[in-house]
Design a protein around this ligand. Structure first.
Ligand code: NAP
Length: 289
């Protein structure tokens, strides 16, 4: 029950009304018996600073931040964690004496693979995309004993920027691929393929696309899609049919949300029951149009 001790957290972004985060966070709040509520505020760029300061003054314990404000909030918080610093973007804020910004995507990415028992040793990975999500993934992968990360992005300039950020810690483990077909002869050696682009998303012109060439055989690989709507993208379906271990975007979405919850409440929630629930609900929504 909401009372005078209820603490508030809000998700800010635009658009944000269809976000799954309130479902996930309010589920965790209930599961762990917290006297808290997770709200959604769709705000405009002009009101971002006021909203941020307002939430702090009103005693909110934190915020989640989504598109297009992750970078702006990065600039507003007083302290940041390592992932936020590398990605220049903040998706979680905790208000204490100072405001601290976090990026929970790296945790969500790594945890989703580890939940499927992915062993990083000497692995060759291919990432498609070079935006914020790809940066979080690269940062995570580079902390593991992998052999190589291939990165393909349709715009070479953005891939070069990513390489520039990680060059020092990558120690020659990153190779940029200017054209994905150049990997046709190497694909059998690649252990993990991650789609870090919106290709396959439930929007016109994207849904029917595949991030990799159709002729690639995905057997025995780990296939991860960051896209979570639909839950089963064409990439995930292809992986399943061909005998890959598949990790849909919903896994990362819930794992990164669980880490936000940990930042606010110091409890890392168990994700299995909410994962099955959301997975079923989304599959039904996708089926019914
Ligand atoms: P972003 O910073 O805007 O980067 C988008 C990336 O996708 C860029 O590399 C862009 O390439 C590429 N791209 C966009 N449209 C493309 C197309 N039609 N064909 C090929 N490449 C295309 O976005 P982001 O934050 O990295 O997010 C990327 C995706 O990951 C989104 O769908 C987002 O919802 C999802 N995501 C999911 C989670 C999760 O928890 N599951 C977390 C974060 C992000 P260019 O440089 O050529 O434009």
């Amino acid at each position: 029950m909401i009372d005078s001790n209820t603490i508030a957290i809000a998700l800010i972004g635009n658009p944000v009304k269809r976000s799954l985060s309130p479902r996930i966070q309010n589920y965790f709040i209930q599961e762990y018996n917290k006297n808290a509520v997770y709200l959604v505020s769709e705000i405009t760029q002009n009101h971002l600073k006021e909203a941020f300061n307002g939430a702090k003054s009103l005693g909110y314990i934190g915020l989640n931040v989504t598109m297009p404000f992750k970078q702006k909030i990065y600039e507003m918080v007083e302290k940041v964690d390592d992932t936020a610093s590398v990605t220049n973007s903040v998706n979680t804020v905790k208000f204490e004496k100072v405001s601290k910004g976090f990026n929970t995507d790296t945790f969500g990415f790594l945890k989703s693979l580890e939940d499927k028992n992915f062993d990083w040793k000497e692995k060759e990975c291919l990432l498609i995309g070079a935006g914020g999500a790809a940066r979080s993934a690269v940062y995570g992968i580079l902390q593991k004993p992998i052999k190589k990360i291939y990165i393909y992005n349709r715009t070479q300039k953005r891939a070069l920027k990513l390489l520039d950020i990680f060059k020092k810690i990558a120690k020659n483990r990153i190779e940029l691929i200017p054209d994905i077909s150049l990997l046709n002869n190497k694909v059998s050696y690649i252990d993990l393929i991650v789609n870090c682009t919106p290709v396959g998303m439930y929007i016109r012109g994207y849904k029917d696309l595949l991030p990799v060439p159709y002729k690639w055989n995905l057997k025995n690989k780990f296939i991860m899609d960051m896209v979570y709507n639909p839950v089963e993208t064409n990439f995930i379906k292809k992986g399943k049919i061909e005998g890959a271990t598949v990790i849909p975007g919903i896994d990362m979405l819930i794992n990164q949300a669980a880490y936000s919850f940990k930042i606010w409440f110091d409890i890392l929630p168990d994700i299995n029951s909410i994962k099955n629930k959301l997975y079923r609900e989304l599959l039904n929504i996708n089926k019914n149009g």
